[in-house]
Design a protein around this ligand. Structure first.
Ligand SMILES: Cc1cc2nc3c(=O)[nH]c(=O)nc-3n(C[C@H](O)[C@H](O)[C@H](O)COP(=O)(O)OP(=O)(O)OC[C@H]3O[C@@H](n4cnc5c(N)ncnc54)[C@H](O)[C@@H]3O)c2cc1C
Length: 378
């Protein structure tokens, strides 16, 4: 495994860092406070290519390797996790599904749009079916050459302001993935407000009332949708791990800066051993997080499957981000409890990462099954 970035990767990292510091960082607090959708930033994210990072060049994307993609996601996670989430879903969950399972026509139709103008959403979770999608109630029935979808989806990132949602629905042959344009008649995305974190992100409840899509909008094989969802989560969890590493980096940056200027008992608090312990622990978790997501990128770029590695990285990096945000708040004392400093936002934004794309409990069951061969899910 190579721990040196190539010149191209280093250039991408610098581009991402500069862009995020100039465009995302100055707006993050206000967007979080007002729960406002980053209307003006989304076109800039398309323009700079971040929303097209892993889409092949022949479809208008940047065609980057996974480590470069991870570096972009880490930088966006460091500055605005709501925006990181949008990118992860557009690329990690939606575009990757099209790249791996789409027909040539589907790729031609959707990838250039996902690379340049509209966001993709991933519609798996339902109000009553989260960790276990098997019993989902959204169903699709054939009607001539078309399919007609009915049901509802919950917590769908990019679900009300996007272009396309991959809807997973029951069919007579099992769960099937459908490409559903968000402007379809009967598709309604209702933004959810009052979230603890990721407050600038579009998270929606989606209802589908007699939504009609043509047969060519089936993604992959009828009845084999769950396989697509699980495969795409390998990429989604990688992206999540990289974004959490960004949160951990932000925690270290903020805690160090504060500790080096705040004085108590006549000296900088950075000089107290117990504050140094907090800073060191943030650093330890940060370094381990980065190594874990880089390992996933390394496997991906060699063309190997990385289900287990993605699960390990997602679990560790998300839990590390929560621990680190908590430590960063602690270093800030009472000031950490207000949004005068960003560390409270880091904690709120980090908190969801142990819940979505498979909770920490579900990840442990996946890893337990990998280690023992025994399924302890039910
Ligand atoms: C901000 C946000 C964005 C999201 N974006 C998307 C999206 O874009 N697309 C999408 O499809 N979904 C999305 N989700 C949904 C997310 O993936 C689910 O919330 C998650 O999978 C957990 O499902 P649940 O909330 O129904 O919890 P449940 O499955 O009801 O779990 C509740 C608790 O029970 C535990 N539990 C469940 N089963 C077991 C078991 N077998 N053994 C041990 N413990 C268990 C869980 O770990 C958890 O602690 C998002 C969620 C949020 C909050």
């Amino acid at each position: 495994m190579d721990f040196d970035l190539s010149d191209e990767q280093a250039a991408i990292q610098k581009l991402a860092k500069d862009f995020c510091d100039a465009e995302l960082a100055p707006n993050a607090r206000e967007l979080d406070r007002t729960e406002a959708y980053p209307e003006e930033l989304v076109p800039k994210l398309f323009e700079v290519g971040f929303l097209a990072a892993t889409i092949p060049e022949e479809y208008g994307g940047m065609g980057l390797d996974y480590l470069s993609y991870g570096l972009i996601v880490e930088e966006t996670g460091r500055t605005d996790a709501s925006i990181r989430s949008m990118i992860s879903v557009n690329l990690g969950l939606v575009s990757s599904s099209l790249i791996n399972y789409g027909t040539d026509e589907q790729k031609q139709q959707w990838l250039p749009q996902l690379a340049s103008e509209g966001l993709g959403a991933f519609g798996l979770t339902e109000p009553d079916h989260g960790s276990n999608p098997n019993g989902m109630k959204t169903f699709a029935k054939r009607d001539g050459d078309d399919w007609v979808l009915n049901g509802s989806k919950m917590w769908i990132t990019n679900g009300s302001r996007g272009l396309l949602t991959v809807i997973y629905a029951q069919t007579d042959d099992g769960i099937t993935a459908f490409l559903v344009p968000q402007d379809s008649e009967g598709y309604e995305g209702n933004p959810l407000h009052g979230k603890l974190g990721l407050r600038a992100g579009d998270t929606a409840e989606v209802t589908l009332t007699d939504v009609r899509v043509p047969g060519e909008n089936v993604l992959g094989e009828v009845g084999k949708g769950l396989r697509i969802a699980l495969h795409s989560l390998d990429s989604g969890r990688f992206s999540l791990a990289a974004g959490c590493t960004g949160i951990s980096q932000a925690c270290l940056d903020a805690a160090l800066e504060y500790a080096l200027q705040r004085e108590q008992f006549g000296k900088k608090i950075a000089g107290f051993q117990l504050v140094q312990e907090l800073l060191s622990e943030i650093y330890l978790d940060l370094e381990a997080s980065r190594a874990l997501y880089w390992k996933v990128a390394w496997k991906h770029d060699k063309g190997e499957r990385h289900t287990v590695e993605s699960s390990v990285a997602k679990t560790f990096c998300s839990e590390a981000a929560v621990r680190n945000a908590n430590r960063a708040v602690q270093v800030h004392g009472g000031y950490g409890y207000s949004d005068e400093y960003p560390v409270g936002r880091y904690l709120r934004d980090a908190r969801v990462t142990t819940l979505y794309e498979g909770t920490s409990q579900i990840q442990r069951l996946l890893l337990g099954r990998h280690l023992t061969g025994i399924n302890a899910f039910v």
